[in-house]
Every structure is written in C-alpha cells, then in structure tokens.
Write a protein that binds this ligand. Structure first.
Ligand SMILES: Nc1nc2c(ncn2[C@@H]2O[C@H](COP(=O)(O)OP(=O)(O)OP(=O)(O)O)[C@@H](O)[C@H]2O)c(=O)[nH]1
Ligand SMILES: [Zn+2]
Length: 198
C-alpha cells in the first residue's frame, strides 16, 4: 500500500512558483518517485490536472536537443501553476531502461535506428515503463479522477487499467527543434502519440 511519507513546500520552475513536494512509502521498485502539488492561481473545476513525467536527465536538466522532455516539463509546471494539480516525477529514465542504456540507444540512433528500434536492439522492450506505482501515488493523495497532460495514449490506458479515471487527455504543445524532429515523428508514427505534426 503506497502512502505519502513527507511533504515539504518549495518553489520550482523558471518562475519559482510555489508547490508542495511529497515523497512516498511503499514504492516496491525502490525508486524515488515524487509528486509535486500546485495550488493554482485560477483552479479549474472538475478533475485535477495531472502530468506524469518520466525522468530524462539529458532533457530535463541539460536541455538536450535530442528530445522534447525538458520543454514538456516546463510547460507542465506553468500549466499546473495556473490551473492547480499534480506533477508526478517518475524516475524511469529512458522509458525505463536507465541513463546508461539510453546513451547506448542514442549511439545506435546515430547509426540509423529509430528510438524504438534502438531499445529492441539492446534487448529491451520498446517502452519498459509501468505506471502502477504512479496510480498508487495518485490514490495515496486521494486522487482517483484526473485530466492527464500527455500525448501518449499508453499512459491513459495504463492508468485506466490501474483504476484511475482519465476524464480527458490534455495535449502538450509540439516542441520541435533542430535535433528532435525525427524523434517526434517516430513517436507519432510508431508510438501513436497524438502530436500535431506532419
Ligand atoms: N530509450 C529511450 N528513451 C528516451 C529517448 N528519448 C527520450 N527518452 C525517454 O522517454 C521518456 C519520455 O517521458 P515522457 O515525456 O514522460 O513521456 P512520453 O512517452 O514522451 O509521452 P508524453 O506524456 O506525451 O510526453 C523519458 O524517460 C526519456 O528519458 C530515446 O531515444 N530512447
Ligand atoms: Zn528526453
């Protein structure tokens, strides 16, 4: 049974907005997933807005050109600051394969494989993430109905299967930049991400 362990106030994001950071007991993976709750300046009525973000050290921290993760994280923090809601920051680097393996996958992508093929070539699944613990974290916070910020239908399906009602999928903007165009196109064409690109 997952329970909230500790909650502390802090300021986050580029605009240093107020949030509450929570850690958890009972995460079987042993990963240090956290949740950040935002009060919102003009909270909307209805189910709370949630962003379930998988860790990407290269994108979130170093603003790597290869992906859109850091931009999506910043966008989510800004939206949650306005509307209120929760950010789950999940320590599932590289779609669950870890940082070192993700770097191997990047090296393979430089030889012509796409992001999914590179995972498979390394002996992993295309996407190894499981969102059971994320669903448990939401329930521990008393949240069972949400609007989810994502373009990824797999996240919606998994949360639904784990007993969270996803009332709406709230898409992020497309964060295309030199270096991540084929990554985004592959997410759309192979991963069925709902991205408004050709
Ligand atoms: N294996 C692998 N992982 C990657 C690659 N590029 C980004 N990632 C990881 O993909 C994950 C992206 O997470 P999210 O942004 O939460 O999810 P998403 O599946 O892109 O879906 P959205 O909710 O629409 O953003 C992070 O863990 C990144 O580290 C890659 O080329 N290979
Ligand atoms: Zn990334």
């Amino acid at each position: 049974m997952i329970k909230v362990r500790q909650t502390v106030p802090l300021k986050v994001g580029r605009s240093q907005v107020e949030a509450e950071l929570s850690s958890f007991h009972g995460l079987e993976s042993g990963k240090e997933h956290v949740a950040m709750r935002f009060a919102g300046t003009t909270p909307a009525s209805g189910a709370p807005l949630v962003r379930m973000h998988s860790e990407c050290l290269t994108g979130d921290v170093f603003h790597s050109s290869r992906c859109d993760c850091g931009e999506q994280l910043n966008e989510a923090i800004e939206r949650l600051h306005l509307s209120g809601g929760v950010l789950l920051y999940l320590r599932q680097e590289g779609r669950g394969i870890g940082l070192y393996n993700k770097l191997d996958a990047y090296a393979l992508q430089d030889t012509g494989l796409n992001t999914y093929e590179a995972n498979v070539k390394l002996g992993f699944g295309e996407d190894q993430r499981d969102f059971a613990e994320a669903a448990g974290m939401l329930k521990a916070m008393g949240i069972e109905r949400i609007r989810l910020i994502t373009n990824n239908p797999r996240k919606v399906k998994q949360l639904t299967d784990y007993g969270i009602e996803v009332e709406a999928m709230v898409h992020t903007s497309v964060h295309m930049k030199p270096g991540n165009e084929s990554y985004l196109k592959t997410k759309k064409n192979h991963g069925n991400h709902q991205l408004a690109i050709d």
